[in-house]
Each structure stands twice: as structure tokens, then as C-alpha cells.
Write a protein that binds this ligand. Structure first.
Ligand code: SF4
Length: 356
């Protein structure tokens, strides 16, 4: 069990609004509930940013919900808050402190949209609060699932709830009409990136009833983390260290060709099973600030354009998304988009668009 350090907040809960909307998690603000994560998954980049072991000391800012309530008064009600930053909100500390529950209460009192990223079915214990938020705006739960193989899961995330429990929780949440996604994060080269693993994971997620899936690749932000990852790979089994050296070339992400190939493979798997590769528009339509809704639509379309080789359109879509999100777009710029009619309809009531 971790050591819990009770504390008061010394920095803002939300910080500044993101310069761009997060296309995976729909968020304009990102926050964490606890500082440190007792699940301590071996690949997690949380280890890279801590001096003390990431899973042994969990800092609990007991005044976080009250501070959040104050900060919410200063932000737009259509901006979604992603409880997604580098610690799990339903790690064991939640049983003692209920800080996540108190945070959801604050969000529910204001009807602020939110998205929770977790590995734990304990999120079901807060279903009533999620339903309250969703009635007023939008509440989404995203489960991290990076394998459905229990043996592999115990090698890389042994303290987190088993993948099968997460898949069951997806089905439960869907029964309650709460939108649910899956974050297939991280894709770890040579570990969970084979065609078989990709296909079987996508299939299990789709069968559990998830609304969408997003994915990203193993980040190796520092040499210290590289050493950790190498240890983990050695524990999993034989792997050629030269493969990682060539793939990463001392960069935090695997090379672009590798990512482009995997992106294509996953899109093909998801399309075959009719599983959306980003949160579908129907989930967030009219539930967020119109500019955010439009920026997300543009970014999601741009991602598919990019995967399918339409790089020029993808770049234009991304740029337009930024302009809309920052209220700096003109009607002439919007007309450049093939989605113009839909975008204009969503933005109909906003007065921040200049005619040219
Ligand atoms: S549950 Fe998430 S935040 Fe916690 S250690 Fe695992 S990957 Fe990191």
C-alpha cells in the first residue's frame, strides 16, 4: 500500500485553458485528482517526472474540490474538463478519500462537462453523479485497455484491475447510457502491436459496447524512463534491444513510418467492426461550446484524412480547428472546409465570426 500524504493545494486545479482542444479526450482543461498513482504500471511516463517512486507516495490535496468550485466560476460552461492527467482517479486512495467523488459532485452542481480516464471499474460507484452531469451537459468515461491478455497485463500493469473487469464496466456504463470510450494507450512496440493483438483488442472493445476507441504510442521522454522500459521488456521476454534503438532513435516517440503503418492497421480493424476511431459527433453534439464542437469535428476528420494519405486536407483541417477554437476564424476561412454547411449550422448562434 502507498503512503498517503495529506496536503493543501498550492497551484490551481485547472491551470490555463488548453491552446487547442484535445481531440482524444474532448477537453479544454486537464486535471488530476491525486498526485502519484498506486497502480504504478511499469510503462507509465508518470515515473519519468518523479524523484520518489511514483507508486509509493500519493499526495492527496484534500481541498481540491473546493478550489475547483472556485475556479469553475471563471471558465466557460461549454468547456470540457478532462480528468486525464497522469494518475488514476479511481486508484486505491479513492476508497479512503473520495476526492474523485467530491470532484464529480462539484462538476454536477454546475453541470460542467467532463471526461474521466481510468483503469478501474470503481467508476461505477459514481454512476449517479455521472448521470446527473450527463443530463445537463456531457459525461464520458474512457477506459485504458492496452491488452485483453491477462498474462501480458500482469507483466505490465499488475496492480491495476484486470482488463476483463474494465470490459464488463464498459457494458455496465452503456446500459446506463453513459458514453464510453477506450484508450488503447500505449501501443508498446514488439509487445502489443501485432496484427493479432490489435484485432483481438479492437474486437473485445467493440463487443463490450464501447462507443469509440483512441490510441497512442509508448512515450519515452528521458533516458531514465528508457532504462525502466528496457527492464520491463526484459521481464516480458526476449526482445532485440537494437529494435527499440532503431525505432526511437533517442526520440520520445517511435518513428513516423512505424506510427503511420500502425495507424492504418488500426483504422482498418475499427472500420471493419464499425467502431469509431474518435468520439463520434453524436456524443458531443450540442453538449459543448459550439466552437469546441466544430474544432473537434474538424480535428477528427483531419485525423482520418491524414491516415488515408490526404495530408494537405489534414493540415488545412487542423489549422482551421485551431482558429475556430480560439475564436479567430472568418466565414471565408470556414468556406474552405468541405464540412462548411454543418460547421456553419453549429456556429449559427455565435457572433464571433467575421464575414471575411
Ligand atoms: S493507472 Fe495510469 S496513471 Fe496510474 S500508473 Fe497506470 S498508466 Fe500510470
Amino acid at each position: 500500500m502507498a503512503y498517503y500524504l495529506e496536503d493543501q493545494l498550492t497551484t490551481p486545479v485547472l491551470g490555463v485553458r488548453r491552446p487547442t482542444v484535445n481531440e482524444y479526450f474532448l477537453s479544454s482543461y486537464t486535471m488530476s485528482i491525486y498526485d502519484g498513482c498506486e497502480f504504478g504500471c511499469h510503462y507509465c511516463d508518470g515515473w519519468a517526472y518523479r524523484v520518489r517512486p511514483f507508486n509509493e507516495t500519493v499526495r492527496v490535496a484534500v481541498d481540491l474540490p473546493e478550489r475547483l468550485a472556485e475556479e469553475l466560476e471563471t471558465i466557460d460552461r461549454g468547456d470540457l474538463i478532462g480528468i486525464t492527467a497522469l494518475t488514476d482517479p479511481y486508484q486505491p486512495a479513492e476508497e479512503t478519500y473520495r476526492l474523485t467523488r467530491r470532484t464529480l459532485q462539484v462538476l454536477a452542481d454546475r453541470g460542467q462537462p467532463c471526461l474521466i480516464l481510468t483503469k478501474s471499474p470503481a467508476v461505477l460507484e459514481d454512476l449517479v453523479l455521472l448521470e446527473r452531469i450527463h443530463e445537463q451537459s456531457l459525461a464520458v468515461v474512457v477506459f485504458t485497455v492496452l491488452t485483453t491478455d491477462p498474462y501480458l497485463s500482469t507483466k505490465i500493469e499488475d496492480k491495476a484491475p484486470a482488463p476483463a473487469l474494465r470490459l464488463d464496466a464498459i457494458t455496465e456504463l452503456k446500459r446506463a447510457n453513459i458514453p464510453v470510450g477506450v484508450a488503447f494507450i500505449p501501443i508498446i512496440p514488439y509487445v502489443n502491436d501485432t496484427q493479432y493483438v490489435l484485432q483481438s483488442t479492437v474486437q473485445s472493445v467493440q463487443e463490450a459496447g464501447a462507443d469509440f476507441m483512441v490510441w497512442d504510442y509508448l512515450h519515452i521522454p528521458s533516458e531514465r524512463h528508457r532504462a525502466r522500459v528496457n527492464d520491463m521488456l526484459t521481464r516480458i521476454g526476449n526482445y532485440p534491444p537494437s529494435y527499440y534503438r532503431e525505432l526511437y532513435r533517442n526520440q520520445p516517440l517511435p518513428d513516423e513510418t512505424y506510427r503511420a503503418e500502425r495507424n492504418r492497421d488500426i483504422v482498418i480493424c475499427c472500420d471493419a467492426l464499425n467502431l469509431p476511431i474518435r468520439a463520434p459527433h453524436s456524443i458531443f453534439a450540442e453538449r459543448l461550446k459550439p466552437q469546441n464542437e466544430v474544432a473537434l469535428l474538424l480535428k477528427h476528420t483531419a485525423f482520418r484524412d491524414n491516415v488515408q494519405g490526404r495530408e494537405h486536407m489534414a493540415a488545412a483541417g487542423q489549422k482551421l480547428a485551431e482558429l475556430v477554437y480560439q475564436n479567430k476564424v472568418s466565414d471565408a476561412q470556414l468556406r474552405e472546409s468541405p464540412l462548411y454547411i454543418s460547421l456553419r449550422r453549429i456556429l449559427a448562434d455565435t457572433s464571433d465570426i467575421s464575414p471575411s
